[in-house]
Design a protein around this ligand. Structure first.
Ligand code: ADP
Length: 209
């Protein structure tokens, strides 16, 4: 089974991806996480990618599609988190999936308004080791899985968030219609708690996989 999660920044894609992967035994493929791993190196390409990410801009489709192809060609059963992010990626992804004899079973759209998303960004912390995401106010900023000190992502500030949200509306939003027309899109209100959202996802996918 392959699932795509589409949502604006801070709608809970990462959290829901982890829950889905655990329950249905799928592999989490976050292009954001992949890019953050790739850019640990300090070469020119990494610096360019980091710079674009810090501004909230998209990385070139060629780079993203290569990363995806490398990950999925010898493996199966994915939750795609953060990809496809524009129409060209969605169309190229279909060609790639066809060539590899694979298909997407569900596209889940986590809907959230800009203000709610922004307020989540302010409280969002991540583990630099296992990428777990936390929403914290006064609590200690330590990862429950690996006891690491949690950090704030460089692009989790109001200015970059505004750019990311605009990029989402201009580039990613059209992808929703693309999948709606294919009849595989499911919409969920993502202003609810993570448990409520996950219950809805379970009722879409069912127990039979
Ligand atoms: P969020 O969805 O919360 O903005 P992500 O971790 O998914 O965070 O993405 C962080 C950044 O990584 C994006 O702002 C963009 O610069 C880059 N990125 C991630 N996925 C893609 C993609 N599919 N195409 C182009 N750029 C991407």
């Amino acid at each position: 089974m392959n699932i795509i999660l589409i949502a604006p920044p801070a709608a809970g894609k990462g959290t829901q991806s982890e829950l889905i992967c655990k329950k249905y035994n799928l592999n989490h493929l976050s292009t954001g996480d992949l890019l953050r791993e790739v850019t640990i190196k300090d070469d020119e390409v990494s610096r360019e990618i980091k710079d674009l990410m810090n501004k909230g801009m998209l990385i070139s489709d060629d780079i993203i599609l290569k990363l995806i192809e490398n990950k999925i060609k010898d493996n199966d059963n994915f939750v795609f988190d953060g990809f496809p992010r524009n129409l060209n990626q969605a169309i190229s992804f279909d060609t790639l999936l066809n060539n590899l004899n694979k298909k997407i079973d569900y596209v889940i759209y986590l809907k959230i308004d800009k203000q709610t998303a922004l307020s989540r960004i302010v409280d969002r912390y991540v583990c630099p080791k296992c990428n777990s995401v936390y929403n914290l106010k006064d609590e200690v900023k330590i990862c429950k899985n690996c006891s690491e000190q949690l950090i704030k992502r460089k692009d989790d500030n109001e200015e970059t968030f505004n750019n990311r949200y605009d990029v989402y509306m201009n580039e990613t939003y059209p992808v929703i219609n693309y999948y709606k027309e294919k009849g595989i899109l499911h919409e969920i209100d993502s202003s609810n708690t993570p448990d409520t959202i996950f219950n809805e996802i379970e009722s879409i996918i069912g127990e039979l996989w």
